[in-house]
Design a protein around this ligand. Structure first.
Ligand code: SER
Length: 317
């Protein structure tokens, strides 16, 4: 397929990459998508894979030259809980890794996608309908890396014209990859608990409402943003990006519908504090206006999909 694109994806086998890559391959041709894996690799994967460390700038440069890359989806990074366990590595991977990518993008004239997060917000951000421009004073190291990354992206765009685009991802819920070490990830773990044991112990309180999204919506939004004409992109930090908001108790009601007799136990831990520092609902009207963003999955549709796919996945293990 000749699309003129050669896309490099870091973090290719993580939560987002695992669902984004098949869609990129379908859309732009399997031979035009190059995935980087460090450790995790799906044995059934048939695309092009390069093995190495994404924080190694020389390695990235060699791949850009070898494959004549035109775009990078830079997804590799630590999440909120992982970042609290190892703040130094979170900074190194999430910030220094991004800066290397932006430097290479400047040199090779690459378009870049980089995910920010609702973790960029903090206790001084409004809890409801967070506007695009608001207070960004996160309390987690993950959030600190996301605000720093947003500012780096904007800097590289303003100073060097790098065409970098970004979304503040809410909690993303998918089924292809195992859930990562984040705070919103209870919403994926709960399905594995329901299917395996009809029970789950939740590390957040029942009323910890957070912004969430089904991964199919996130993948579509990400590609739509990357395909939008450059002149329609007015935000070069990161776009607010929203679909649904729900609490653990609301998700439990969905799981009970799908798995009668399901038993939930609540044992909040340090992740509850992280959840409390984040807002509950996000105003994404700027993304809707600039490049036509619109979510499609509600909580019930998302729960149905996750339950069905994870049941099938576990049956095949
Ligand atoms: N899912 C992420 C986390 O909880 C949010 O960006 O860490």
């Amino acid at each position: 397929m000749h699309t003129g694109k050669k896309i490099l994806v870091t973090g290719a086998f993580g939560l987002v990459g695992s669902e984004l890559i098949p869609v990129l391959m379908e859309r732009f041709g399997k031979e035009n998508i190059i995935s980087i894996a460090r450790k995790t690799i799906d044995p059934t994967f048939t695309g092009i894979v390069e093995h190495g460390d994404v924080t190694d700038s020389a390695f990235l440069r060699s791949l850009i030259e070898k494959h004549q890359i035109t775009e990078i989806y830079h997804l590799a990074g630590l999440l909120s809980a992982g970042g609290e366990k190892d703040p130094a590595t979170a900074w190194d991977v999430n910030v220094n890794g991004l800066r290397h990518v932006l430097e290479l993008a400047r040199e090779f004239n690459l378009r870049v996608f980089w995910p920010s997060s609702i973790a960029a917000f903090g206790p001084s951000t409004p809890k409801q309908d967070v506007p695009q421009h608001t207070s960004l004073e996160p309390t987690s190291m993950y959030g600190v890396t996301k605000v720093s990354g947003e500012l780096l992206c904007q800097y590289y765009n303003h100073r060097y014209g790098v065409d970098v685009r970004s979304l503040r991802f809410p909690g993303l819920n998918g089924w292809k990859a195992a859930p990562g070490d984040g705070t919103t990830e209870y919403a994926i773990h709960i399905f594995y608990g329901a299917i395996r044991n009809n029970a789950y112990t939740c590390f957040l309180k029942p009323d910890a409402t957070l912004p969430m999204m089904y991964l199919d919506d996130a993948v579509r939004g990400t590609i739509d943003l990357m395909e939008a004409p450059a002149e329609s992109i007015t935000v070069r930090t990161s776009y607010n990006f929203s679909a649904i908001s729900f609490s653990p108790a609301e998700l439990v009601a969905q799981v009970e519908r799908l798995s009668p007799g399901f038993k939930i136990t609540y044992e909040p831990d340090f992740r509850q504090k992280i959840a409390e520092s984040w807002p509950q609902t996000i105003d994404d009207s700027v993304a809707r206006r600039d490049w036509g963003w619109k979510p499609t999955f509600g909580i019930a549709e998302m729960a149905n999909e996750l339950y069905a796919h994870i049941t099938e996945k576990l049956a095949n293990e």
